[in-house]
Design a protein around this ligand. Sequence first.
Ligand code: CA
Length: 330
Amino acid sequence: MIAMRKILLIISLLMASLAHAQTGGRLPKTLILDTDIGPDYDDVGAMAVLHALADKGEVRPLAVISCNKNEYVGPTIEILNTYFGRPELPSGAPKGAADPSFGASQKWPEMLVEKYPHKITKTADLPDAVQIYRKILAKQPDQSVTIVTVGFLTNLADLLDSKPDENSPLSGLNLVRKKVAGLVSMAGKFPAGREYNVYVDSLASQKVFAEWPTEIIFSGFEIGEEIKTGVKVIANERLKSPVKDVFAMAMAKSPEDVNGRQSWDQTAVLVGVRGVQPYFGLKRGKMIMQDGNNTWQDDPMGPHAYLTPSMPTPQLTALIEGLMMWEGKK
Ligand SMILES: [Ca+2]
């Protein structure tokens, strides 16, 4: 009997410490999201997942930054941040003349801008993304910030190249080395292929994948491809949200998405916040790039890893789609 009580006590202590670990037991991890939100609408789902997990106390977003110069991106980010109760989140955008600029073929950002209040009228009004990165990173504890990219690597390449300034006496490379805990990137196809986020700004991708001084975890094309979300979001009658509005409009205009849109970007945010397990496995090695294509070299000591399937797809789909229906803490 006493032995049984002891076992029960140990179990309850273990469960308490697990709960403690899940909520951090300390401050939640901090995260910067870098998105091209526009050409595809899984970014909208990814922002919903980020805000849902933030409301649950699992992460503190530091910024949502654009890697896309298209003029609807700035307002779109602000509209989503505002809907989820974080209008003050810093943002930024790339400033290079040749940096990527891509809009949405289904014109859903135009719909958002028409329907929802916002102050930023165009992406060009946002400050320089590299300055925002430097300003934020300089103020954070060492090796504490997770960066998640769900678009082009444009800003991160520029960040690595950045010089000491009023924010920090460190070069971009050393600032990242000092402050960043890790990078999760929806990019590439594994073990080899050609993927949009990589080839659009292939010079930036090549630089980041070769020089980035922390671990990079890739969520490859093949991971999000299997996870189709949106049908339940748009069928949810109680839900009124810009996320639902976007999926309703974009899915209606995309016959190939009749069973839901692939959830590439949501997987990167999920892993950035909660870690790899129990959702995925990891294959460690090194990503090799050439002409916008990637291949892979297995290496147990390599600086990169790509996600492999683990949790059954229906379970993972339900989890991600549930987070996408988060209504915010109103
Ligand atoms: Ca994206």
